[in-house]
Ligand binder design. Structure first.
Ligand code: BGP
Length: 477
């Protein structure tokens, strides 16, 4: 690949490294029914993944108004520019473009909104990176079609992609097909728009849904190449390095099996075919999928780069008495006795980031992009020199330590395109739907009960990240 033409010296970041931040439409925009937008699955998830979905929108759903990015995008993007962002990763809400998902024609008001966002980014010289589907499947596709269990979604998704590529293709170079695609096995509703409760779904149902998403991703990649030859398309994986809890070979094999369950998504996206270990799993478990010849061709449209989120690592063990899982990013796993955890119980492991980057680079030899990483923490707004701020040294430590490991992975030889921290401005949490789980460099005055002015305040980490970007990483400790 051409991105990093020259290898950086040990301890530095490549020239042109894309520093920035990431968000998702449903966690920031609000205005859930404005501008012709239809409902998405998020409109019936007032408690995130902690409770079953509601029948319809409920007033306690913070995402319906979120941080009002829909109206305040210009102010927010100006703050990103002040930090020196080179790239901003955001998602397009499918239900703003196709309110019901199966509409024949797109909603022009939705297109106009994202066009205004792109204008603003261009004004500040910030490269856009678009996630096409980030946990916000149109509700109608979930309720009337069964979400991604239904092959019909491939066609609806392709139609949606065609509109995005035709309308925005000359302005957006970096595209991600599905956010954290490997999470469908664990959160079928949020990740795959599948309304059937997890306990009632068979593994065949889930793998069939996954297959449809993978085919859709391949078709989107082919379409992107036809319509926007200069574009780069990436897959997006929830990265979760798996360590054996003990040196016992039984634990090592168990860790390998768990790791395979996620590797499969990268293997298919990067190699264009199902890996042997997954075919074996299907055989051993009586899983038979409907895979057409055309599907096999579609899967061959492999991605240009691999993007991923990284928050934590997990352990695995074969010991039946130690199977209890700790909390974590969607999947969780057996806790690591050597690590500390965030206030939400996600174990903090900066070196795991270097491990996973080496692993992915060696496995797929595709450029990597860290598109999510950060610390969800409770922040306290204080006054300092007459300005409201947050003294978030804990966040600075977390991010510094992770970025040092990105630098190490680059020194190890991994080709890395960029880094976008998650929730660069405070957003509503995906898993808990709380505002109080904050990741941002920018504090948003909004509380879990919906109160607050929505004013924005620069945290201490704001200036720290600005210095890191301005020095291309040299300011890291
Ligand atoms: C990832 C999602 C994001 C995001 C992040 C943090 O799984 O892609 O949408 O929210 O995790 O998770 P949470 O919001 O649950 O703290």
């Amino acid at each position: 690949m051409t991105h990093a033409a020259t290898k950086p010296a040990t301890g530095t970041f490549p020239q042109g490294f894309l520093w920035g931040g990431a968000t998702a439409a449903n966690q920031i925009e609000g205005a859930y029914s404005d501008g012709g937008k239809g409902l998405s699955i998020q409109d019936v998830m007032p408690q995130g993944i902690t409770q079953p979905p509601s029948d319809g929108p409920t007033p306690d759903n913070l995402k319906q108004s979120a941080i009002d990015f829909y109206n305040r995008y210009a102010e927010d993007i100006a703050l990103f520019a002040e930090m020196g962002f080179k790239v901003y990763r955001f998602s397009i809400a499918w239900s703003r473009i196709f309110p019901n998902g199966d509409d024949e024609a797109p909603n022009e008001e939705g297109i106009a909104f994202y066009s205004r966002v792109l204008d603003e980014l261009e004004k500040h010289g910030i490269e856009p990176m678009v996630t096409i589907s980030h946990y916000e499947t149109p509700l109608n596709l979930a309720r009337s079609y069964g979400g991604w269990t239904n092959r019909a979604l491939i066609g609806f998704y392709e139609r949606y992609c065609r509109v995005l590529f035709e309308r925005f293709g000359s302005r957006v170079k970096y595209w991600l097909t599905f956010n954290e695609i490997n999470s469908v096995m664990h959160e079928p509703f949020m990740s795959g728009g599948i309304p059937t409760p997890r306990a009632e779904l068979t593994e065949s149902d889930l793998y069939q849904a996954i297959h449809h998403e993978l085919v859709a991703s391949g078709r989107a990649t082919r379409l992107a190449r036809e319509i926007m030859p200069a574009a780069q398309v990436g897959c997006m994986i929830l990265a979760l390095p798996v360590y054996p809890l003990t040196p016992s070979p039984d634990d090592v094999v168990r860790a390998m099996d768990t790791a395979h369950a996620s590797y499969a998504f990268g293997d298919i996206h990067c190699r264009g075919a199902y890996p042997g270990y997954l075919l074996r799993y299907f055989r051993d478990n009586g899983i038979e999928l409907d895979i057409t010849e055309q599907d096999r061709e579609d899967l061959k449209n492999t991605v240009d780069f691999v993007s991923f989120s990284y928050y934590m690592s997990i352990c695995e063990t074969a010991d039946p008495d130690k199977q209890e899982k700790g909390p974590g990013n969607i999947m969780g796993g057996v806790p690591n006795p050597t690590l500390e955890a965030s206030e939400w119980g996600w174990q903090i492991d900066p070196q795991g980031l270097r491990v996973v980057m080496n692993d992915y680079w060696e496995r797929w030899q595709k450029p990597l992009f860290v598109v999510e990483n950060g610390l969800g923490a409770k922040d306290v707004l204080v006054e300092s020199d007459g300005v409201l701020t947050v003294e978030d040294d804990y966040r600075i430590d977390y991010m510094n330590n992770h970025l040092v490991q990105v630098r190490e992975a680059i020194a190890d030889g991994a080709e890395v395109m960029g880094y976008t921290s998650w929730g660069c401005i405070d957003v509503v949490s995906a898993s808990t739907a709380q505002m109080s789980k904050r990741y941002g460099f920018i504090y948003v005055d909004r509380n879990d009960d919906g109160s607050g002015t929505l004013d924005r305040h620069r945290k201490k980490s704001f200036g720290w990240y600005r210095d890191v970007i301005a020095s291309n990483g040299a300011a890291l400790n």
